[in-house]
Design a protein around this ligand. Structure first.
Ligand SMILES: *Cc1c(COP(=O)(O)O)cnc(C)c1O
Length: 405
């Protein structure tokens, strides 16, 4: 396989760049088709997809059961707005609430919208239930977080690229180090409405907190009468070998924020899921979305939840994750300085002597493997949960090759 970019591909990329804002720096491949864990580019070259659109493709490209649900709904009804009821939203909400063990679902579209919704719910709960004085509510967030791209959300990011030149930012957020429950405890005061964390930090490079952290956060939030909001947009829905990353510590947050894989790799679908005493604070007209809870997304989301309810994807992710972890562990000291694995999700820190994460991603691309770098030296591995063990083995062989070449 050659490392140079095909001239046809180069032309398509240049043409795209002529009229597209450069808010991303994609790897030089133009994908035209996908099936399962594999995609094909415009030149007919195949690649194993180890990114899965940042875990939005947990079930792979074009999973037949999800595509069928979408196609059937596409021919029936796609959009009503929430001005009316539709016959798909109720069943989706019921199934998702049951999967989460909660009472209520508030459907939105993107992950960032779920986070924004979670913040609004926490503040309204803070004023109306907890009795925080007007406009004083705060939310405790963790350093290294990634919760999306709205102005409020980037305002409490500590990534300069995400926030520089986009202020002024919304007040009301208090930062603590990630993984340190005592820092959360110290940051809480009478104005604290919620603690908002990722149970595993995805964009930060699959950063897994110390064992016991989530249990301690749960205990502190309960004792201090503060909502525990778990952003499971990337970590949830089977990725880590359990339905939610919080399940790894047997912890149930007050609020789940879900997105990415919820849309089955077909469309954007996100949700806030909580019990009635929390999500019930939102009254008609206070929050909404033209597309949130549309029948097409609901039909897809219902199928996704049905697939997760069987537990087979979680079991598969756990088994494949153990397999992957053993293979990756062998690379430490051989071009890799550290690996962090949770289910079928890995952060691999590349030895700077070998190159940057981006360079390794480009070399893997040339060998038919798609990954994405994050924060300079890390590559993230998050294949579809449907991938075969032999395909994972092949991908790790390619990684071994580019680390030693
Ligand atoms: C991707 C992501 C978001 C934002 O989701 P979008 O759909 O891109 O808006 C929020 N939180 C986490 C943890 C994410 O990984």
């Amino acid at each position: 396989m050659s490392t140079s970019i095909d001239s046809g591909t180069a032309r398509l990329i240049a043409d795209e760049g002529a009229h597209l804002a450069s808010n991303y720096s994609p790897l030089p491949v133009v994908i035209a088709q996908g099936e399962g864990a594999w995609v094909t580019d415009v030149e007919g070259k195949r690649y194993l997809d180890l990114l899965s659109a940042y875990s939005a493709l947990n079930f792979g490209h074009g999973h037949p059961a999800i595509v069928t649900a979408a196609q059937e709904q596409l021919n029936r009804l796609t959009l009503t707005s929430r001005a009316y009821h539709n016959d798909r939203l109720g069943p989706f909400a019921a199934a998702l609430a049951e999967l989460c063990g909660k009472d209520l679902v508030l459907p939105m579209n993107t992950g960032a919208e779920a986070v924004e919704t979670g913040i609004k719910v926490a503040r309204a709960w803070g004023y109306r239930v907890k009795g925080i004085r007007p406009d004083a509510a705060t939310v405790v967030v963790a350093d290294g977080n990634f919760h999306g791209r709205t102005t409020t959300i980037v305002g409490f990011s500590d990534d300069p690229t995400a926030r520089n030149d986009f202020g002024p930012f919304a007040p009301g957020f208090v930062h603590v180090p990630y993984g340190d429950a005592s820092a959360i405890e110290a940051a809480i005061d009478e104005n604290t409405a919620a603690v908002l964390i990722e149970p595993i930090q995805g964009e930060a490079g699959v950063v897994i907190p110390p064992e016991g952290y989530l249990r301690a956060v749960r205990e502190i939030c309960t004792r201090e009468n503060v909502l525990f909001i778990a952003d499971e947009i990337q970590s949830g829905l089977g990725r880590v070998g359990t339905t939610f990353a919080c399940d790894r510590e047997g912890v149930v947050p007050d609020v789940y924020l879900l997105g990415k894989a919820l849309g089955g790799g077909i469309l954007p679908l996100s949700a806030v899921v909580a019990d009635r005493d929390v999500l019930g604070v939102i009254r008609p007209g206070e929050h909404g979305s033209t597309f949130g809870g549309n029948p097409l997304a609901s039909a897809v989301g219902l199928r996704v939840v049905e697939m997760l309810a069987s537990g087979e994807f979680q079991t598969r992710a756990a088994a494949l994750g153990e397999h992957l972890e053993a293979k990756l562990a062998d690379l430490v000291g051989h071009g890799v300085t550290a690996v962090r694995v949770a289910g079928l999700w890995a952060g691999v820190d590349i030895d700077p002597a070998v190159g940057t994460g981006r360079e390794v991603a480009e070399r893997l691309l040339a060998r038919g493997v798609l990954v994405k770098d994050t924060h300079g030296q890390t590559i993230r591995i998050a294949p579809p949960l449907t991938i075969r063990a032999t395909e994972l083995d092949w991908a790790v062989e390619q990684l071994k090759h580019v680390l030693t070449a």
